[in-house]
Design a protein around this ligand. Structure first.
Ligand SMILES: [Zn+2]
Ligand SMILES: [Zn+2]
Length: 168
């Protein structure tokens, strides 16, 4: 929350070269199934939330943009590739997964369902396992050092003297 009681959200790309801050009420969180969003996110669909009407700023770096159509630009980190924005004439939307607390941004509607991939509705029915349920991946995870930016703002990144923040 900000001083005048507006919600505040932060986030950024995986490597931390780009960070953003939003103050105010976000628009509807959605997923878009259109083929353009599938490609732009390298994913089954694009999870996005509009920042129209909020106080939005890039607090570190700024995305590189790809003009995906005459109307729309897609912003992404040129350093690590994280998809970050959908920028249309009527406003910008941010990738939900890039927020520090994506669990707060539950999608409430779907767009482009004519392009929905046929298996998407059944994803939640697939067998599921935790990362530690496979002995080989336990060893792998034990020795893993993450270079991913943590889910909060940092004064300096990467921290001086190391490439990453151990344990994140
Ligand atoms: Zn990055
Ligand atoms: Zn789309």
């Amino acid at each position: 929350m900000s001083l005048d009681n507006k919600p505040v959200y932060t986030g950024g790309c995986q490597c931390g070269a780009i960070r953003f801050r939003v103050e105010g009420t976000l628009g509807d969180a959605s997923i878009c199934h259109c083929r353009m969003c599938q490609k732009a996110f390298g994913n089954f669909f694009a999870p996005l939330t509009s920042v129209r009407g909020t106080d939005f700023e890039w607090t570190r770096g700024e995305p590189k943009r790809f003009q995906s159509s005459n109307h729309v630009k897609r912003g992404f980190c040129a350093n690590c590739g994280t998809p970050l924005t959908y920028e249309a004439p009527d406003g910008t939307a941010l990738a939900i997964g890039a927020f520090d607390e994506p669990e707060e941004l539950a999608p409430t509607l779907q767009w482009g369902i004519e392009d929905k991939l046929p298996y998407v509705d059944d994803l939640s029915k697939l067998p599921g396992y935790t990362s530690d349920s496979d002995a080989e991946s336990v060893e792998f995870l034990k020795t893993m050092v993450s270079y991913q930016h943590p889910d909060h703002d940092t004064e300096q990144w990467p921290p001086s003297g190391s490439r990453g923040e151990a344990g994140e």
